[in-house]
Design a protein around this ligand. Structure first.
Ligand code: PMP
Length: 421
């Protein structure tokens, strides 16, 4: 991206203008949540100011306008991931709720002896719902190992996959290491043995082109807030027959066709899974975020890769740094770096960066089993997105270099509270 393009993009993000004690914010926690562009904020406030009403049930003009904005949002989000129809997209609170919805719906389909196949790299959102399902059904969980680069052991994957595998639930990309998994290959192999397939797309949808028809997955779950949209809204894509095979999971208004005390008939998907008044403004904000992404200049994904490569390269030159995740050259990675230092604790690095108004995330990144398998408690993660600049990456790497120098200089040990001049 050119400097002008970046300036134009950044000018849309009020959150990036933040300063603290004269230091401009360097926001490198985008894998946790991104900042929001004004088009998203405006879409939400416009909805509230101009056509706030409940959806799907009003016999008045405002409700009709709100309903059509809400359903148009469904079309926009569905088509972003290549869904053939908007009816295949269920609104949820986010990836976590989307996965829980599927796990709940599979309760009657799994039995003792069945297996659920996951990867070591999974986020807790793609582990815990399956553990609960396994407890309910007597099924067991099998885990594909990975190395420190986040590469899955594909030999083990093929060994673990069998006709006992009822479900493959796999992250599109690891939020802790950045590795993009070979999901298409894995879905094809799992489907050949009759398994249901679900992709945790929380990181994938935010950075990679997604085509659910080409992937041929049964389900794809993702969150708006990691791709410039609001929190509290996300979506579950499902194949027509996959959604139709799931029973309702929450009951209430909106999801029914007819209710009587003798029994209730439910709506077809997606409404069957959307009990109660939905997050109307969230859906509208999500669609505005997708439109923002659709209008980004060509080359924005290459820019993200350049940011990552520059950070990885810079960090790899520093003493005592251990980098996790894919190597510098690869493009099979979402734009983040994850590392530890052999003598400075990740938490101290995070606190010292914070003193310079550089925002990163430290810890286990909701991937404790992955951290266990790497033999560590956590990492420092800097995660980039389109609005970050090479200059910010350089500031970040320089800050890390300074922290290492100060913290490892035995003659002049520097306390965390006074490390930054
Ligand atoms: N999966 C992955 C890979 C994630 O990065 C996240 C968010 N950190 C989630 C699932 C959960 O997403 P949410 O909190 O939006 O439901």
């Amino acid at each position: 991206l050119t400097d002008e393009q970046l300036i134009r993009i950044r000018s849309q993000f009020g959150g990036l203008q933040h300063h603290h004690e004269g230091r401009p914010l360097v926001y490198l926690d985008n894998a946790a949540t991104t900042q929001k562009p004004s088009v998203v904020i405006d879409a939400i406030t416009h909805h509230w100011r101009q056509h706030n009403a409940n959806v799907h049930r009003g016999s008045h003009l405002l409700s009709r306008i709100a309903t059509s904005a809400f359903e148009a949002a469904r079309e926009t989000v569905a088509s972003y991931i290549g869904s053939q129809s908007a009816e295949q997209l269920v609104w949820t609170r986010g990836t976590t709720e989307a996965i829980n919805l599927v796990a709940s719906g599979l309760t009657d389909r799994l039995n003792a002896g069945d297996e659920i196949l996951l990867a070591t790299t999974e986020h807790h959102a793609n582990i815990v719902p399956w553990q609960l399902l396994a407890e309910r059904t007597g099924a067991s969980i099998q885990v594909i190992p990975c190395d420190k680069h986040g590469q899955l052991d594909m030999t083990m994957f093929h060994q673990l996959l069998s006709d006992k595998t009822k479900l493959l639930a796999i992250g599109h990309a690891s939020n802790a290491l950045g590795a993009v998994h070979p999901i298409k290959h894995m879905i094809t192999a799992a489907k050949a043995l009759g398994a249901i397939t679900l992709v945790d797309g929380a990181q994938g949808a935010a950075h990679l082109p997604v085509d659910v028809v080409d992937l041929d997955c049964d389900f794809y779950a993702f969150s708006a807030h990691k791709m410039f949209g609001p929190t509290g809204i996300g979506a579950l894509y499902g194949k027509v027959e996959a959604l139709a095979s799931l029973p309702p999971w929450q009951g209430g208004g909106e999801m029914i066709e007819h209710v009587s005390f003798a029994g209730t008939r439910f709506q077809p998907p997606p409404f069957r899974f959307e009990a109660g008044t939905p997050n109307i403004e969230g859906a509208i904000g999500f669609a505005a975020a997708i439109e923002f992404i659709n209008k980004l200049p060509e080359g924005w994904r290459t820019h993200e890769q350049q940011l990552r490569r520059r950070a990885y390269h810079g960090l790899s030159k520093l003493p005592g740094i251990c980098l996790y995740g894919p190597s510098e050259e690869t493009n099979d990675v979402v734009s983040l770096v994850s590392f530890t230092h052999d003598s400075v604790h990740s938490k101290d690095i995070g606190a010292l960066l914070d003193q310079q108004n550089i925002a990163v995330r430290v810890g286990h990144h909701c991937a404790m089993p992955l951290m266990d398998s790497l033999g560590i408690h956590g990492t420092v993660r800097a995660s980039f997105t389109v609005y970050n600049t090479l200059d910010e990456v350089d500031r970040f790497v320089a800050a890390i270099a300074q922290i290492i120098q100060e913290q490892t200089d035995e003659a002049e040990p520097v306390m965390v509270d006074s490390a930054v001049p």
